[in-house]
Design a protein around this ligand. Structure first.
Ligand code: KIV
Length: 268
């Protein structure tokens, strides 16, 4: 089976097939990648959210490019059809355009990425242009850009006032003009996301950005309900794996202690 490419995804918007929404889910290992791919998701993102989901941190800032490449390679091993995007982590592209190109190259060569994602609009446009010119498709990311959490003072909705909304709109245009084939809009008001979606020629992929985007992205562990403590308004849970997994492990503990497992049938 052939993998979904960046041009395949861009063509959906160009052909006006906006009713055929793009679905993106994060994954960080081959097993989860295999499952979401089998379910039919269009894009799998190895997000730098792995700093929180996998490494247990409070933000994404300590993730390195070699960690992203490692998890990219793991996820790629589980995919047959879905497009693989790998995040460029904090300070792996902000220093210079040359650094951005080197990191993008690493994520393609070692991380098996089909495209890379980086945060920022106007300020990241030169890096996006150079990476695209080197033949690597880019996904942009504006609105709440978690690598700037300290500048924002927390993970909160961006673009609520006119000035900030205008800045995010300009950022989105800069990303598209620099050659990105898609853009993530994170935690922005619905009306602003809908305006960006209408004005841009590339697909918008929303998270906490309302109903008007060309696609959606969720973190796999969030949508599967693996941590009930995380319950933002934008999240829809499609399973309750925290309970399922705890009950399964409790069942195993009880069976081992009672002698119900293993039985002669499990023995050689
Ligand atoms: O790192 C990540 O998982 C992301 C998504 C939330 C878009 O950037």
């Amino acid at each position: 089976m052939s993998r979904i490419s960046a041009p395949d995804l861009l063509r959906r918007k160009i052909a006006g097939r906006t009713e055929d929404k793009i679905t993106m889910v994060t994954a960080y290992d081959a097993q989860m990648a295999r499952l979401v791919d089998m379910a039919g998701v269009d894009m799998v993102l190895v997000g730098d959210s792995l700093g929180m989901v996998i490494q247990g941190g409070n933000d994404t800032l300590s993730v390195t490019a070699s960690e992203m490449a490692y998890h990219g390679r793991c996820v790629a091993a589980g995919l047959e059809r879905a497009h693989l995007t790998v995040d460029m982590p904090f300070m792996s592209y902000q220093v210079s355009v040359a650094q951005a190109m080197r990191t993008a190259g690493l994520l393609v060569r070692k991380g098996k990425a089909q495209s890379v994602k980086l945060e920022g609009g106007v300020r990241s446009a030169p890096a996006i242009r150079a990476i695209v010119d080197a033949g690597i498709p880019v996904v942009g990311h504006v609105g709440l850009t978690p690598q700037s959490v300290n500048a924002f003072g927390g993970f909160r909705v961006q673009g609520r006032d006119q000035e900030n909304a205008a800045r995010i709109l300009a950022d989105a245009h800069a990303v598209a003009e620099a050659g990105a084939f898609a853009i993530v809009l994170e935690m922005v008001p619905q009306a602003l996301a809908a305006q960006i979606t209408a004005e841009l020629g590339i697909p918008t992929i929303g998270i906490g950005a309302g109903v008007g985007c060309d696609g959606q992205v969720l973190v796999c562990t969030d949508m599967l309900g693996m941590d009930q403590r995380f319950a933002p308004r934008f999240l829809q849970r499609y399973a309750n794996l925290e309970v399922t997994i705890c009950e399964a492990v409790q069942g195993y503990i009880a069976d081992v202690k009672s002698g119900a497992f293993p039985t002669p049938a499990h023995s050689y």
